[in-house]
Design a protein around this ligand. Structure first.
Ligand code: DQA
Length: 150
């Protein structure tokens, strides 16, 4: 069984982009962290990043099809700024019936007002916010748990 970890725009710059907000860990480090946790949970990992909304929609649909085929638990998803703008991602998650745990590295509620609204949260299983990159680990565990696997 697999799990997707999807990352949206600008997360490829993790480590150098606003380290006072997002920390100095790189996306490659986050991938390694996720690989270790997925390994412990007995899951295969698809770790992906794109700056393009349509690509993220395609991956949500792909993951949803794999869930329907019984071959995937769902996705941990940090949609970056598309969180706050994308009805397309909302519709994709809902349409694909994809179990999603939404992750934000920073505490989006303690920042600008425009970061407080999410189009993804209403169609997410759960949301992890403000724990830095460790949030990805928490989200993987949460997804595993909510799939009834312990
Ligand atoms: C983010 C928060 C978003 O508001 C922002 O646009 C990002 C990163 C986070 O992980 O804290 O790109 O999703």
């Amino acid at each position: 069984t697999s799990v997707y970890v999807l990352n949206g725009p600008n997360l490829n710059l993790l480590g150098t982009r606003r380290p006072e907000v997002y920390g100095s860990t790189t996306l490659a480090d986050v991938e390694e962290l996720c690989r270790q946790e997925a390994g412990k949970l007995g899951l295969e990992l698809e770790f992906l990043q794109s700056n393009h909304e349509g690509q993220l929609v395609d991956w949500v649909q792909e993951a949803g099809a794999r869930v329907a085929a019984g071959d995937c638990l769902g996705a941990v998803f940090n949609p970056g700024a598309y969180t706050h703008t994308s009805i397309a991602l909302h519709d994709a998650i809902e349409g694909a019936s994809l179990p999603v745990v939404e992750v934000h590295i920073s505490n989006v509620h303690a920042r600008e007002e425009f970061r407080r609204h999410s189009y993804v949260s209403p169609v997410a299983r759960g949301v992890v916010v403000g724990f830095g990159v460790y949030g990805y680990v928490l989200a993987l565990r949460g997804l595993h748990h909510s799939a009834g696997l312990g």
